[in-house]
Design a protein around this ligand. Sequence first.
Ligand SMILES: [Zn+2]
Length: 413
Amino acid sequence: MTKYTKFQPWLDWLDQRYDETLDRLKSWSAINSGTGNIEGLDRMRAEILTAFAELDAQTREIDLPDTEAVAPDGSIAPVRYGKVLHFSKRPQAPVRVLLCIHYDTVFAIDSPFQTPRLIDENTLNGPGVADAKGGILTILNALSALERSPFANGIGWDVILNPDEETGSIGSAAILAEQARAADFGMLYEPALEDGTLAGARKGSGNFSIRIKGRAAHAGREFHAGRSAMVAASDCVMRLDGLNGKVGKATFNIGKIDGGGPVNVVPDTAVVRFNVRVSNHDERHQAEDEIAKVIMAINTRDGITAELHGRFGRAPKPMAGKTLALFEWVRELGHDLDLDIAWKATGGCCDGNNLAEAGLPNIDTLGLRGGLIHSDQEFVKLDSLIERARLSALILMKAGAGDLPDALKKTEI
Ligand SMILES: [Zn+2]
C-alpha cells in the first residue's frame, strides 16, 4: 500500500461516500428503467443528472433515432429509445479515457420485481443493483475522487450512459463507436462476479428474425390452396438448429416462433427468432453464409417467401494485444489495493464488445461485485461499493499522473 502514498488521500476520501452511495443505489433500483419504459428512463436520467452535477462536466442528452423490429404479426414496427447521456471533461488532455455503462434494465414496467431489499447486512437484492446502476455510482465516485486530486489535469474523460444495452445497443452503437475512437482506453461498468473475477474474452452475438409469408386458406374447404408459413417456419428452425456443431464453436439458439392462429386456417405468417454466438470473425462470416443458405432453401418452397432481419450487433472481443496489457496493468493496481484481480472468458456480451470492435482496449466489468443478474435474485455485495470505486479511482489517477503502461500510450508517428 505504501507504494501509492501519493494517491492515498483520495482513495481514503472515498470511504465517506458509502452511506450516500447505498441510499442512491436503493432509490435508483426502485425506479423502473426497463429498456422500453421511456418515461422510467427519463426519470432515471433526471436522477443521474442531479448526482453527476458535482463533476461540473459538459453535459449532453442525445436523442436516438427509432429503429425497426419485426412484430409478432409479421409487420415491421418502430422501436423507440430513451436518450444517451454524455458527460465530458478536459477533451484536450494528453490521456483520454471513456467510461461507459447502461442505465436501462431487463425488467419491464409490468415486471413483479420492482423494489430493493436487504438480504443481509452485506447483500442488497433489487432490479439493476448490479446490472448496472451500481456501476453508474462507481463511475461517479471514482471520477469524484479523481477530480479532487491533483492528477485530474493529466487526464480527460467522457462518460456515456446508454438506454438500450439490454436489447443490444442497436440505437446507441454509433455513439459508442464514435467515442471509442477518441479515447486511449475504456472502462466499462458491468458487474464483476461475486468473488471479483472480471470478464476476459467475450463471444460475439447476433439477434435475427426470419419473416415467413405463405398463403392463407380454409383448412376444410381449400386446404390444398394454402401454403403454411408455420410448416415453412418449422423447416427453417430444423435447418438453423442443424448448423450447431458445423460452424466452429458457433451456437444457433432458436428463441421464439410467432405465427399461426385458429386451427381451421392454413397460417400465412410466421416469424422465427434466433440468436447466434461466435468466438471469432471467421465464425461470424461463416455463420452469415450458412444463414443465407437457409433463407434460400426456405424460399424454394412453393408459395413461401422468407426474409432475414437483424444482424450481428456485437463483434467478438478477443483477449490480446492492448486489451491484455490493460488487464495486466489493472491486476497490478489491484494487487496494491489488496484486491486479487482475475478474469475468465465468457459467452456473454456487452458494450465492451462494441468498444473493442472500434479499436478501443477496455475492461468491461469494473462495476460492483454481484450476481444472478437478469433474474429477481439479482444482488450486489455492499462491501464492493467503495472497494470498486477505489480501484477505478486508482486507475484514473495513475493514468492522470502519466503512469500508463507503454502498450497503452498513443503511438507516435
Ligand atoms: Zn448490464
